[in-house]
Design a protein around this ligand. Structure first.
Ligand SMILES: Nc1ncnc2c1ncn2[C@@H]1O[C@H](COP(=O)(O)OP(=O)(O)O)[C@@H](O)[C@H]1O
Ligand SMILES: [Mg+2]
Length: 286
């Protein structure tokens, strides 16, 4: 299910005195079945772009094609349900997404809304709640009694439960400790391997480098770059100009290069360790 933006502009409160343009002339193709990271400074338009994908917001001008769906300024919500089943969005603040009396009912809502029977909805809700690490003891609790990290897991389960073709995640690791984060990312990776696309909004370049295949850099409502992850972090000055930093493994590799070691910029700590072992090993053997 590929996504195509053609000359898309988005203005909040368009034609009013408080009009505010959030996206300008977006032309972008997001490929099927890969992880695309969406990065950029606060206010660069990442969350707005996500909300355009399932027609929650409509472009002020231009159009977005998602398979057979065409989203334009005049597109009506009626008829968008099949699209919303395929584009699942986990929002930045999970408390805005949760609403039901109990955790289980909350996660069953999506599947029921998209036509699963009560029995099927309960089965998929239980499966995904367990998979994201929510203990069965919590299923009958109010989602608002949970910790921030647990709420985020429930919000994630609530979207995974209807198995959207494209999973959109707006800062999914916020509020999780490092082991919780590793766990949740491994679930996302597994989901992607089962032939799903993922769009990940993140300010953490270590996560982006570790997890993404392609990166879209947003700057002041425009696409500043769209490239494979291994090409995005190569120019430190360009990154600074676009309010980004480099993953730690790359800055570390660059420091070693400056000291004369022949180390390639590695995208994660594991690859960096390999690089160092190869290089130092060679020196030791000399
Ligand atoms: N509901 C809204 N009403 C008016 N302006 C908004 C609204 N939501 C976001 N904006 C503005 O649109 C721009 C893009 O915001 P957003 O998409 O939330 O950026 P990001 O997710 O990259 O931080 C920002 O200037 C922000 O202040
Ligand atoms: Mg945002």
């Amino acid at each position: 299910m590929s996504i195509n933006f053609k000359n898309v502009n988005y203005t909040y409160n368009s034609n009013t005195p408080i009009a505010h343009t959030a996206l300008t002339d977006i032309n972008l193709t997001i490929k099927d079945n890969i992880v695309t990271a969406l990065v950029g400074h606060t206010g660069s338009g990442k969350s707005t772009l996500l909300q355009l994908l399932d027609g929650l917001l409509k472009p002020t001008s231009g159009e977005i094609n998602v398979n057979d769906f065409i989203l334009k300024s005049k597109t009506k919500n009626k008829g968008l349900k099949p699209l919303r089943k395929e584009i699942g969005i986990v929002f930045q603040y999970p408390e805005t997404q949760l609403f039901a009396e109990t955790v289980l009912e909350d996660v069953m809502f999506g599947p029921k809304n998209f036509g699963y029977s009560d029995k099927e909805a309960e089965a998929t809700a239980r499966k995904w709640l367990k998979r994201v690490g929510i203990d069965e003891d919590l299923f009958q609790h109010s989602p608002f009694d949970l910790s921030g990290g647990q709420m985020r897991r429930v919000a994630i389960a609530g979207v995974l439960a209807y198995e959207p073709n494209i999973l959109c995640l707006d800062e999914p690791a916020a509020g999780l400790d490092p082991s919780g984060k590793a766990e949740i990312f491994s679930i996302f990776k597994e989901y992607q391997r089962e032939d799903h696309g993922i769009i990940l909004v993140s300010h953490d370049m270590n996560d982006v480098a570790n997890f993404a295949d392609e990166v879209v850099v947003m700057d002041h409502g425009k696409v500043a770059s769209h490239d494979k992850v291994q090409n995005i972090f190569l120019d430190p000055e360009w990154l600074i100009r676009h309010h980004l930093n480099e993953p730690e493994s790359i800055s570390f590799a660059l420091k070693l290069r400056n000291r004369g070691l022949d180390i390639s910029p590695a995208l994660n700590v594991k690859d960096l360790a390999e690089e160092i072992i190869n290089e130092v090993g060679e020196n030791l053997n000399e």
